[in-house]
Design a protein around this ligand. Structure first.
Ligand code: ADP
Ligand code: MG
Length: 315
């Protein structure tokens, strides 16, 4: 085997950001390096997890309607990107969906759909255009009590990108794969001198794959309705919310995005899920022509961005 050239992989699995994260790196010193990279996920969790009451983002949420809060460059950067996408998608992606997404998180634990009235109330606090950012001193302000940031659609992708950047700084480390619960990031190709092969989970037959694609460097991020959901009266209620209705987005089973940028892939997978097939594909073509996507619609039919199959060796 060619692995002899680069040594055996170091591998570590941790639990952070509400998911299992596996890091694998090949090259001298990879053991220590992946420990360091794994810490990135706990760091970002402590900054951006709204279910951790001491996180930076929780501080911003707690100060809603009162004052601006200074945050780290990381948190500020993710908020900025998330808001940019909110403007670009006219709110289909909405990082201020917290008042509503928290209701659904609770609903999932109770397996009980929230009252329509509760959802209507919560929706009044989701206007992302009201967020006040100050980039010179990195402060963030939610001007109304009841507004809640939720960066759950971007934080994992951001962390995975940052973790791989850290590993790439080690010149001895030649090949890396990080899988953070459906957010896959790779670097340097497979040690057998071929691209990495990344399989995408079938949204309805979870033990089977939808297909496999090949990339050397970059990210593949999937958002689906099949991992966090509950059923009530034959309806599936999942965790990706259409901010226009306050209910789980309809018409899509999963969206996988392929991009050189991990956070961008995470942001776009959630955004395109909400936009749906036709608007989602048109949106990507207009604003992100470099990005690849595989969509599974509500009937299980597969849609792809032009040239996807050839470009990524999709099988
Ligand atoms: P996962 O985190 O399960 O990999 P996603 O990246 O699609 O999946 O993110 C879903 C999370 O994003 C939700 O759990 C919630 O925190 C947040 N979210 C839900 N709906 C939206 C939305 N319309 N815009 C932005 N974030 C959302
Ligand atoms: Mg996402």
């Amino acid at each position: 085997t060619l692995w002899g050239c680069v040594g055996l992989p170091a591998e570590q699995t941790i639990f952070a950001m509400d998911t299992y994260i596996t890091l694998k790196a090949y090259g001298p010193g990879s053991g220590a390096a992946i420990k360091e990279a794994a810490e990135v996920f706990t760091e970002i969790d402590q900054l951006m997890n709204i279910f951790n009451s001491s996180s930076e983002l929780s501080m911003v949420n707690a100060a809603a309607g009162q004052y601006a809060v200074q945050v780290s460059a990381d948190t500020f950067g993710v908020i900025e990107e998330a808001l940019n996408l909110a403007y670009l998608t006219d709110g289909a992606f909405n990082p201020v969906i917290g008042s509503v997404s928290k209701l659904w998180k609770q609903a999932e634990m109770l397996s009980q759909v929230p009252d329509r009235e509760q959802i209507q109330q919560a929706l009044r606090f989701t206007d992302y255009r009201k967020v006040i950012l100050n980039s010179s001193n990195k402060t963030v302000e939610l001007p109304e009590a009841g507004m809640i940031f939720d960066l759950g659609g971007a934080a994992k992708g951001f962390a995975a990108g940052k973790a791989i950047e850290r590993l790439a700084r080690y010149r001895s480390i030649r090949h890396v794969l990080i899988n953070a619960g459906g957010n896959v990031v790779v670097y340097g190709g497979h040690p057998e001198k071929r691209p990495w092969r990344i399989s995408i989970t079938h949204p309805r037959k979870n033990e089977r794959f939808l297909g496999t694609l090949e990339i050397t460097d970059g990210a593949v991020v999937t958002s689906g309705d099949y991992e966090r959901y509950f059923m009530q009266d034959g309806e599936r209620y999942h965790h990706i919310i259409d901010p226009a209705t306050g209910y789980p987005a309809k018409g899509m089973q999963s969206v996988s995005i392929v991009s050189s940028d991990s956070m961008q892939a995470d942001l776009l997978s959630t955004a395109v899920f909400v936009l749906g097939v036709s608007k989602g594909l048109a949106f990507l073509e207009q604003y992100y022509p470099e990005v690849g996507a595989v969509l599974v619609d509500g009937d299980g039919a597969i849609h792809m961005t032009p040239g996807f199959g050839e470009r990524y060796g999709w099988r």
